[in-house]
Design a protein around this ligand. Structure first.
Ligand SMILES: [Zn+2]
Length: 340
């Protein structure tokens, strides 16, 4: 099959479109023909070099496609079925996994991180990863869902325990997590404030339901939040930006408010005054992916039309390098998708 692999870590030029042997599925696996694979910022981190990645390596976490064949030990699936794949790898037998807490499994990793992913034509995965999709859902849209919608759902629903009518600040309206978090917060009838670097992105965020937009290049986030909330601050901040916004995120919280973070796109090292944390009784929560149960929950809302994936642009698989350059330029609103 054709695949895009990295043989060394580095810039977009290390992505190599080449022939590789077809995967040989185990008897407990399902072989899937990849029709669409959406990019994530994680792909860039892996390409630049993360521990635990063995070379050569196939990137790509978010996969949708068609079942080619079903292993002897697998029931409930048939060749030709349209599916998406849960973007994670876990042991499925430890105490955490059987309790449904797959993202706390010691073997947990994201598809395309410590295991090969979807920048290719065929992938073999355990049956537990395979989730049928409705005919009305295009492959490009299906591939845009799993990682960011699961991440945003786990952040808001499982970690921050969002309640009806709260005020939520979602950073990065045009990012995958931002697009998902705005819509999930609106499902909880939240008042949603979001940020972006230009007016066009803020306008698109409003069509997704955001109530207020802050241009983070022209306005100071915490000052605008104070104006919008009549000096109260927000209940929850959805963070994934990191060092560039952390101080503004903390200043935007009301007493007892919560920052939940799943990423550090602009850098991981932040500092803050502990007195500010304890005197205002703030909560700082980490969040990483989510559980299989949560993935099924959030996909149920997508399949019912309550949440919508947003695709910015597609590239052919062999254009993976151009797709990475486009992603790194941060001009998109929504997901960038590769089509093998
Ligand atoms: Zn496990």
């Amino acid at each position: 099959m054709k695949a895009v692999r990295i043989h060394e870590f580095g810039g977009p030029e290390v992505l190599r479109y080449e022939d590789v042997p077809d995967p040989e599925p185990r008897r407990d696996q399902v072989l899937v023909r990849v029709k669409a694979c959406a990019l994530n910022h994680l792909d860039i981190w892996v390409r630049k070099g993360l521990p635990g990645v063995t070379l050569p390596h196939i990137l790509g976490s978010d996969i949708a496609g068609e079942i080619v064949s079903v292993g002897e030990y697998v029931t409930g699936f048939t060749p030709g079925q349209r599916v998406l794949l849960a973007p994670m790898h876990f042991c499925n037998r430890c105490a955490k996994c059987v309790a449904g807490l797959q993202n706390q499994c010691r073997e947990f990793t994201v598809l395309g991180n410590a295991v090969d992913g979807g920048y290719c034509e065929l992938i073999a995965v355990p049956a537990v990863n395979v989730i049928p999709i409705p005919d009305s859902l295009e492959f490009d849209h299906a591939a845009s869902l799993p990682l960011v919608f699961l991440t945003a759902w786990h952040m808001l629903v499982a970690r921050a325990v969002i309640r009806l009518g709260q005020t939520v600040l979602v950073l990065g309206a045009g990012s995958g997590v931002g697009i998902a978090a705005i819509q999930i917060a609106k499902m909880f009838h939240a008042r949603v404030i979001t940020t972006a670097g230009d007016e066009k992105k803020l306008e698109k965020a409003r069509t997704l339901g955001a109530d207020y937009g802050i241009n983070h290049y022209q306005q100071k986030i915490s000052q605008e939040v104070r104006k919008i909330t009549n000096k109260e601050g927000v209940d929850i901040v959805v963070e994934h930006v990191g060092v560039a916004t952390w101080e503004e995120s903390m200043k935007s919280l009301k007493p007892g408010g919560t920052i939940v973070t799943c990423g550090a796109t602009t850098g991981p090292n932040v500092s803050f005054d502990l007195r500010f944390l304890f005197s205002r009784q703030l909560n700082l929560l980490g969040s990483y992916m989510g559980t299989m149960g949560e993935l099924h929950d959030v996909l149920g809302h997508v399949f019912a039309g309550r949440l919508k994936p947003v695709v910015d642009r597609t590239f052919p698989l062999k254009g993976a390098r151009a797709a990475h350059e486009y992603l790194e330029a941060s001009q998109m609103f929504g997901k960038v998708v590769l089509n093998p």
